[in-house]
Design a protein around this ligand. Structure first.
Ligand SMILES: NCCC[C@H](NC(=O)CCC(=O)O)C(=O)O
Length: 446
């Protein structure tokens, strides 16, 4: 049966703003308090989705979270009418208000880890929502993420949905941003790479000193167990703590893989040679391309600034791939030069396409952060909620919905405005109808 990779991008929510919430994420910190444009952000994302679907890939969309998360604000002791809750939080603890308003669920690479049926013992596609415990504004995502995933990947015959891992730093889990799968064909047994930032239960092991490591080995191991993966086809690699300290807060800021290609910076991993040999041995005899980028070609600073590795490598034909890169890669002289030479190399990557996702980039999310990859067979695709799949019609309907409901300017001061809450919930209620999701949001369940 035909198999392929589908990409499910996060739809940017109506409250997209720059709050400087992510310590260790250079872009988020340096754009704290900048003025955002939620409408442009959502439309940029939708343009990318349509373009990828026109390249022949199956493209879907995942709905955003309910923001503001008024229930969490109430749990934290703010009370009265919704307007009073917002005003009290704004005055007493603005960082909590900003957290409960964040549109961070747009980065669906952090929504979950996904294992395709070809690798799982029970032959199902497995999903585990990431607990995102390292950042408060993201730790409030997993429950609704689980609802949205279940409403999107609906058919229990094909899809297994797990609970997020326990909310403890020992099991810090950031989802697919720290996970890559190599394979010969999407529907054949592949090798899953789990890249972790630190050991959760052994303080003597290497770890970064300046910025947090968000993913633990213990979390990755638990997911491999839940998804029924075999040890013979699973590799755990530690991320180099030195690059985390330079702003590489997820592995997908320093490496990306697709099919038989692993594209990575020479400083990405600890114990690189041994780990790459393990991947090769577990991958088997078929050709495997390790594309290593030297520091002399692209510095870590330029990799972090341009998001060279936060690109999507997609299949465009038999053994032909394209890179979907942010326009920041074109604007960075060293990276642009590198990409021009890359497509001449002896490997399947033949072209680079640039996309403007600047609204997301300014918060540290590139093209790859915006998508969750789900390898599927034809039969599994038939079990997906078809209203969430992107084609011209859905693209148009969603773009109109965005233009109708979203503001084109948002500052931190606007978050105290109760009208923003009403606008946001009205928009989301309509969205659940457009995408046929049912009542996935807390405000729809009371
Ligand atoms: N995969 C990309 C994730 C980017 C995300 N940024 C943020 O949450 C920034 C939010 C803000 O600062 O307003 C993060 O760091 O987890």
């Amino acid at each position: 049966m035909r198999s392929f990779e589908a990409n499910f991008d996060g739809l940017v929510g109506p409250t997209h703003n720059y709050a400087g919430l992510s310590f260790g994420n250079v872009a988020s910190q340096s754009n704290a308090s900048a003025i955002s444009n939620p409408q442009a952000a959502a439309l940029q994302g939708l343009e990318k989705m349509l373009a990828v679907s026109k390249l022949g890939l199956v493209q879907g969309v995942l709905a955003p979270q309910q923001r503001p998360d008024i229930a969490t604000l109430r749990t934290l002791g703010f009370s009265g009418s919704n307007g009073q809750v917002l005003e009290q939080a704004f005055k007493q603890a603005p960082h909590l208000l900003m957290s409960c308003y964040s549109a961070s669920s747009m980065w669906t690479a952090n929504a979950a880890t996904v294992s395709p049926s070809a690798d799982s013992r029970d032959g199902k596609v497995h999903f585990t929502p990431a607990n995102l415990v390292n950042k408060f504004h993201r730790a409030i995502e997993p429950e609704v993420t689980g609802n949205i995933l279940k409403a999107t990947f609906r058919d229990p015959e094909y899809f297994a949905h797990h609970q997020p891992l326990p909310s403890h730093e020992m099991f810090g889990d950031e989802g697919a941003a720290n996970h890559t799968r190599l394979c010969t064909e999407y529907g054949k047994q592949g090798v899953q790479l789990f890249v972790y930032g630190q050991h959760g239960s052994d303080a003597s092991k290497p770890k970064p000193s300046r910025y947090p490591a968000r993913q633990t080995l213990e979390a990755s191991q638990a997911i491999a167990r839940l998804h029924g993966l075999s040890d013979d086809h699973t590799v755990y690699i530690q991320q180099n703590p030195e690059v985390i300290d330079q702003g590489v807060f997820h592995n997908d800021v320093i490496s990306v893989g697709n099919q038989n290609v692993l594209f990575y910076h020479e400083q990405a991993f600890l114990d690189s040679d041994r780990k790459l040999a393990e991947i090769k041995q577990k991958f088997g005899e078929s050709p495997l391309h390790f594309i290593k980028v030297a520091t002399s070609d692209v510095s870590i600073e330029n990799a972090v600034r341009s998001y060279l590795f936060n690109t999507q490598i997609i299949e465009t034909g038999r053994n032909e791939m394209a890179i979907i890169a942010p326009t920041e890669c074109q604007e960075n002289e060293q990276v642009h030069r590198y990409l021009q030479s890359l497509v001449e190399g002896d490997h399947p990557i033949k072209q680079v396409r640039y996309f403007n996702v600047k609204q997301s980039m300014q918060n540290g999310g590139g093209p790859a952060c915006l998508r969750l990859r789900v390898a599927l067979t034809e039969a599994e695709l038939a079990g997906v909620n078809s209203a969430t799949l992107i084609g011209d019609d859905t693209h148009q309907a969603l773009s109109q919905w965005v233009k109708h409901h979203y503001r084109d300017r948002l500052t931190i001061n606007d978050l105290r405005d109760p009208a923003l809450l009403d606008e946001s919930l009205t928009a989301l209620d309509e969205l659940t109808k457009l995408l046929q999701l049912g009542s996935v949001y807390p405000f729809q369940q009371v």
